[in-house]
Design a protein around this ligand. Structure first.
Ligand code: AMP
Ligand code: ZN
Length: 432
């Protein structure tokens, strides 16, 4: 039932004790990095003073800007010669951020991914096709080694070339995939173009989906479309990549591996800790990383810790579905809006297709939001009157959810741009 039963079901008190031991080791290790050595010295902090998990709150946060400023080796806590792998964040603008791993780091990461994938339902008998980027992005190599560790037959098919992906799936008998949800929807279109139905014309049974925010409805679309169980997988390169948190078959929150990560949820404005159940920014501390320990890293991802215990017997707590990133939020006419709110409204309509784009413009100091929505293939035949009714319903639902008006444009299936990596949902052309 479990890949590492003794760790996955560790008694919560024992888990806390393990966390404290590891936290103290992690702080001592971090102090070897020039960045933390300087910061601890500036603040007059002796990592040895941390005697309980509550003392953690006395330590400063680490931010993405700190990683940028320290790029590439400023946060390295081992000799460069001991580092064996470097990954970088997917950010396309500005200075990149890099995370460097030792051989021991890669071994723990592989185990975390193996543990997560086993929990998701992946087994040695599976043919596992990994349809994400192999390269600086962590989803490729990260998932790859975890699935190999389970003994799966791993197909490193990477991104793009949808026709070839479908062919591989059918020829090899792919039973499980790792895929970005927006690309999963794109792949469904390829199946349809080939007059194939993945539910009948493939051996797929499991999809591990992640790397970008997605709604519950989008998950159900992946499940229905492919005839699979779709498991939400969360990770970020700063915390290795995949293998940070994943759903178990209960699909009720993502177990976050608390032997490897110390989790806090804070109010992003006051920076104060929030109780279980309240949505705030996820802050994480690595507990067993050698080459680049990170202390109280502000992920910018918004979620809550779910109260209660999970039926699966794992004691590691669960994160709620990620509601978006605090830096994805945009302000329209004074109202804070997250792209995921728009998606949640849209995906509830069966007439709505797979892709949408939120377009922000400004004219005469007046901000406008236009939501471009692809209609579903099945809804292609709608007449003008039906289209206009659907537009009105969507516009009203958006207004109710967002409290501001949006112009809704219905466009033909397949007409909006597709990304091979993470989808771009927001086009902000309002200027400075
Ligand atoms: P990267 O470091 O480039 O892999 O990007 C990591 C970021 O992707 C996270 O900080 C999240 O914002 C986002 N992300 C990854 N997995 C998920 C997920 N399952 N749900 C929502 N957002 C996710
Ligand atoms: Zn569970």
């Amino acid at each position: 039932m479990y890949w590492q039963p003794e760790i996955e079901t560790l008694d919560p008190e024992a888990l806390k004790a393990l966390q404290l031991t590891r936290l103290r080791a992690s702080l001592a290790q971090a102090a070897r990095a020039p960045f933390y050595a300087r910061r601890f010295a500036e603040l007059g902090l002796d990592p040895g003073d941390i005697k309980s998990l509550d003392d953690l709150a006395r330590l400063p946060f680490t931010t993405k800007n700190d990683l940028r400023a320290g790029y590439p080796y400023g946060l390295l806590a081992v000799e460069r010669e001991q580092a064996v792998r470097l990954h970088a964040s997917s950010g396309t603008t500005g200075t990149p951020t890099a995370v460097v791993h030792s051989a021991a780091d890669l071994e723990s990461w592989t185990q975390l991914v193996a543990r997560s994938l086993y929990m998701a339902g992946l087994r040695a008998s599976d043919v596992f096709q990994n349809l994400v980027g192999y390269g600086l992005f962590t989803g490729g190599l990260g998932m790859h080694y975890g699935a190999e560790r389970l003994g799966c037959l791993v197909v490193p098919s990477g991104t793009g070339n949808s026709l070839r992906q479908v062919n591989l799936m059918r020829q090899l008998g792919t039973s499980a995939v790792h895929i970005i949800p927006s690309y999963a929807m794109r792949l469904l279109e390829t199946f349809a173009e080939l007059d194939l139905d993945p539910r009948k014309d493939s051996a797929l049974r499991l999809a591990v989906i992640g790397a970008e925010p997605h709604s519950e409805d989008l998950r159900r679309r992946v499940e229905m479309g492919f005839g699979v169980t779709a498991i939400n997988s969360y990770g970020l390169s700063e915390m290795n990549g995949p293998g940070v948190a994943m759903e178990c078959p209960a699909q009720d929150g993502l177990h976050v591996w608390e032997d490897a990560y110390l989790v806090e949820i804070i109010d992003p404005d006051t920076l104060e800790p929030l109780p279980e159940g309240q949505v705030g920014e996820l802050v994480m501390t690595t507990l067993d990383r050698q080459a680049m320990p990170l202390i109280r890293y502000r992920t910018r991802d918004l979620c809550s810790l779910l109260p209660g215990v999970c039926a699966c017997g794992r004691t590691h707590r669960r994160l709620s579905r990620i509601a978006g990133r605090s830096d994805d939020m945009f302000i329209l006419k004074g109202v804070n809006i997250y792209p995921m709110q728009v998606e949640t409204v849209l995906m509830a309509y069966k007439e709505v297709g797979n892709t949408y784009l939120i377009h922000l413009t400004r004219r005469d100091h007046n901000d406008q939001m236009t939501v471009r929505v692809e209609v579903a293939e099945k809804a292609r035949t709608m007449d003008a009157e039906e289209m206009s009714r659907l537009k009105k319903r969507i516009a009203a639902a958006l207004k109710a959810e967002l409290l501001v008006s949006a112009q809704v444009d219905l466009v033909a299936p397949g007409s909006l741009p597709r990304a091979e990596g993470k989808a771009q949902r927001l086009l902000d052309e309002r200027g400075a």
